[in-house]
Design a binder for this molecule. Structure first.
Ligand SMILES: [Zn+2]
Length: 298
């Protein structure tokens, strides 16, 4: 009976991991769709999307607060997932708050896509880093993954440059130990803080509600993609492409095709202009509120 139960369960559990990215044609163009099934094909709030200023509305959110992002990740392991390389974080004190997010979000993992999944005004970048967080009201990413807006992903874009990205070196050196086999992990050969791959400008970003970009494509994600990109060298990008997928082939690309925006709001957030008089009433209001709060506290 148990054997029968397991046998009926197995096909669907295996299938979730059997998906793959389409292989580009010799000219580098991807001609076939992903065909991942389920919500990946029927969803209306899917990711990634093309981020255009024309389609965006202006947003004004509180600043982001990154807590304990400066600390190097403890016992950091790099894993070849078969679809990317990933660094897990198990420290619940590494959290993200503010930036218009509906609560406090705990960092779970960081992984890379080569080329970028999101494009800005039609331009694809060399790479995209995803920092995946779950709402602290849920116990895990798995639990939050089924709930709308309970996952927050930060996307950092990398443009190709003459200079190596030194933070990427730590990841790439370790990746050579795990590249040949999906499922393989190795301790990171050096220190990496989640803060290292964040751009300096963390006030200019696109925000929208979307999905995971891999099966099951669950529509649980609040996306933030910073507009300031970081440098990565061509040699470094090429090294990412030597990672092997579960069938032993080189993972040449691992980005999902662009999805339609449909009826969603795309928000563009940028620095508030404090030089104009428009900022003054807001500042005085803050002071008045603070003064009232101080009086009430007495
Ligand atoms: Zn991703």
């Amino acid at each position: 009976m148990i054997a029968l139960f397991v046998a009926t369960l197995l096909p669907s559990t295996i299938r979730a991991d059997e998906w793959h990215y389409p292989t580009p044609a010799p000219n580098g163009v991807i001609n076939e769709p992903e065909r991942w099934g389920g919500q990946c094909e029927t969803g209306r709030r899917q990711s990634p999307i093309d981020l255009t200023y024309q389609a965006a509305v202006k947003g004004d959110f509180a600043p982001f607060l990154f807590s304990n992002y400066m600390n190097p990740i403890r016992n950091a392991q790099l894993t070849n997932t078969g679809h990317s390389i990933q660094i897990d974080s198990t420290d619940p004190s590494v959290t993200l708050y503010g930036g218009g997010l509906p609560g406090k979000f705990v960092l779970d993992q960081m992984h890379f896509h080569w080329g970028s999944e999101h494009t800005i005004a039609g331009v694809r970048y060399g790479q995209e880093l995803h920092m995946v967080h779950h709402d602290s009201r849920y116990n895990s990413l798995t639990e939050a993954g089924a709930v709308k807006n309970a996952v927050a992903v930060i996307g950092v874009l990398f443009h190709v440059s003459n200079q190596d990205n030194t933070h990427m070196d730590v990841v790439l050196e370790t990746s050579q130990d795990i590249r040949d086999a999906a499922g393989k992990s190795a301790p990171l050969k050096g220190k990496l803080s989640p803060h290292n791959p964040l751009p300096k400008n963390r006030t200019s970003y696109f925000r929208y509600e979307g999905s995971l970009t891999t099966p099951t494509c669950a529509e649980s994600v609040i996306w933030t993609v910073f507009t300031e990109s970081l440098p990565v060298s061509l040699d470094q990008v090429e090294l990412f492409k030597t990672i092997h997928d579960p069938s032993g082939h080189e993972l040449v690309i691992n980005f999902r095709s662009l999805q339609p925006l449909n009826a969603r709001a795309l928000v563009y957030h940028t620095d508030m202009d404090y030089s104009g008089s428009g900022a003054i009433p807001k500042l005085s209001l803050t002071l008045i509120v603070a003064a009232i709060a101080a009086l009430l506290a007495k």
